[in-house]
Design a protein. Sequence first.
Length: 407
Amino acid sequence: MSIKLENPGFDTVCIHGGHVADKNRAHLTPIYATSTYTFDSAEQAIALFSGSEKGNIYGRFGNPTINEAEDKIAMLEAYNLSDDFGNPLNLKAILHSSGMAAISTMLLGNLKSGDKIISHFSLYGGTQELLDKVLPNFGMTAVIRDFRDLSKVETAIEEDKSIRLIYIETPANPTIQCFDLENLALIGKKHGLIVCVDNTFATPYLQQPFRYPVDFVMHSTTKYLNGHGTAIGGVLVGKDIYKMTTAITKTHRLLGANSNGFDAFVLTNGLRTLGLRMERHCYNAEKVAQFLSINPNVYHVSYLGLPKHPDYEIAKKQMKHPGAMMSFELHGGFEAAVKFINRLKMCTSAVSLGTCDTLISHPASTTHAGVPREKRLAFGITDGLIRLSVGLENINDIITDLAQAIG
Ligand SMILES: Cc1ncc(COP(=O)(O)O)c(C=O)c1O
């Protein structure tokens, strides 16, 4: 798109991808803080609205700061992938006000009343609540199955012809389960389903779902893509360019799910270092997981890089590295988790993930508090579960802080 070199590397795409030279020679694309755009003539307004001329119209439809982030993310998700004809894969990304907005556009832009979604245990709490509490009011319901058991997934799809969409979040929040993207996508396609993947935990640096027959990828850009915790955002990326520029664009605009210049600007800046940051996140996470897994006060650790994790092999197959998210439980359950969090001296106690600093959260009382307890427990989100987003601090400092807080 904007890179004239052939076959640029991933980090080069992070830095230069999607950039369009500014007319005023600004090095970085400025923040477009304007709600609307002027027309040179009535004819131009007609041309822009009809689509015969490309250009900016109204802030809810996008702006140049937003376009840069969108094009960069599309290029990163498509990095080194080909389409069915062997040509470089072309994707379209639409930036949203949040990850939840991107998920909502994807679902509402594809489904109608009476349609069902098939998904798995242990989704991000907000997504789980959207499926449980909001979509049923509009006649859309979810069938939940254990996605580690592919035959159960296929049987459920065969038994219910209303299932239209397969929704996969891998690695999943907060249990760090990992699901077989290739085989789930193939099952979905065999039965004519729309296949979509929440790639927030992995980022395109670690995992590219479009390697498989996947239709849509969503991210909460709030997390690793931004990387600095400076803005809430989301992105929906699609392979069917026609659908993305018609039905999905329409849904995005009419739901008012748009991003804005400031959020897009800080996202673009964060994306420039995505590859570098992910390397360090992953390096640190490996060390932290090793430390936790031999600490006698730790009851169990869920990290995809530990061979005893049930999804170790799947993660190895589809991810470049097992990532920097993990969850663990101390002997002593809920009380021990509370004590641990209150004793931390450096790691930050906060929800969210993927920022430079190490973030620690307690899903049962925060992000998943809206999920009924029995359901939560069945999904593996126990009362004592602690989620850890390993940051970029010096590894010795992270481990020192965890060690003193565990006691
Ligand atoms: C995996 C995943 N998907 C989606 C979301 C929702 O993103 P946002 O908070 O940006 O709406 C989150 C938020 O934590 C998440 O962890």
